[in-house]
Write a protein that binds this ligand. Sequence first.
Ligand code: HEM
Length: 462
Amino acid sequence: MVIGLLVRYHNTRNSQDSEDLPPGSYGLPLIGETIALAWDNHQFYRQRFQKYGSVFKTHLFGKPVIAFIGPEAFTFFLNQEYFTREKANPQPIQELLDWESLPLLDGSEHRRRKNIILEAFTPQAFDKYIPLIEQTATYYLKRWEKLDSFAWIPEYRKLSASLTNALFTGGSPGPESEAVGEVIETFLKGFTSIPINLRWNAYGKALQSRDKLLALIDKAIIQHRQQPQSDMLGLLLTARGEDGSTLTDEQLRREVLHLFFAAYGGIYISLTYLSLTLAQHPEIMNRARQEVNQYAPSGSLNFAQLQNLVYLKRIAYELRRFYPINAATFFGLVKKETQFQNFRIPQGWGAVGGIHTTMHIPEIFPEPESFQPCRFATEKFASLPENSYVPHGGGPRDGHRCPGEDLITVLIKVVGIHLLNQYNWELVPQNLELNRDLFPIPRDGLKVKFGIYAENPKQKVS
Ligand code: HEM
């Protein structure tokens, strides 16, 4: 009876609204289309874009939401006159991130903090991280050499845990950092679980993991004060924004919590796709090897030297266009009623920018389902419409665009150089279909046969 009334109310709203609101469906009463989104977030945006076009309405996490897909719509969604991120995200996301960090803030406080955080993402900062990336990569490469055959994704998760822990707590690669990776994994599961906080369920365990990570960060802040270090936490402790202000410890611990979350996933996903792509495209692998051999055949690396690796950069960009990493941005909120393409965009509704679907529009990226690093040749890239290449979000750096964009390019180049200089790998028979995880990965964990690159002159016995 109650459900019947709700369905009727829901449908009435649908038909009353349909005249000036974007097309789309509110789904089921109360839960809207949340289950479809949780089931497969990439398919959710792809199917609705195909059905309704670049702007559509839906109902997620108890709220009507409008999605914006394609460069024009995405650019519109970034207009801060009409949209804010302040308290715009579903309550569980805010609770898991401890309520207050860059993606959950907006306006002057967001800009102030963003300018401070960006100090840890400069070329000078990258020169401090490159040795950490190299040490971590070398530790795992030696291990893989001995393993010979293995599933790469669990290994890349360990590498990512070690590198994240090195950047934010000063930890070393190995079991202790890998244990932190387990805590991050449990924390991440909270983002796709039913948000009821019980001690034993996924959401409750994710909140406990959040608190463990915060305690780890608190300890690292104290240690870094006693003994300054040149990792990312070390830089953030002293970084100042345009107005000369710094982050308080309370602000810093929450920002670092979000950075842990962002970096861990971003690192293992990027490296997984790098290894998969190079194995699947021998011609791309050969060309990348030649470039590495020419510009970085040996020795420790630095940021200036990495700029010579133009082809590897194109691969790094195409990886983030081609593979389904983020389906959408964080959520925003319509703060002032507006219009887009003659559709009413009501105040108080949620809003979101579609990422992966935007980068698969054939009019902008011809043959979007084929992997083509040459799309990112300088002139071609420069001629793309604004906000059409948006793996890290769009707009200016001091807006909500991800600060990790260039760091991921550096990571892919550094690990790519070490891999291509010394190693070869082949895929073994397996299911490479991507699963439905928040960041989809090959179902069988990317099984490979891994060994020394026989044609490497350094490995040849004279
Ligand atoms: C492949 C790797 C990565 C991808 C695809 C990615 C993508 C994104 C996306 C789509 C957003 C949301 C943009 C929006 O809501 O408009 C974001 C935000 C953010 N990312 Fe990344 N990210 C990656 C790696 C990283 C790394 C390595 C870090 C830091 C070490 C990082 C730090 C952040 C931060 C701090 C934000 C919030 C920015 C803000 O709201 O001002 N990300 N990222």
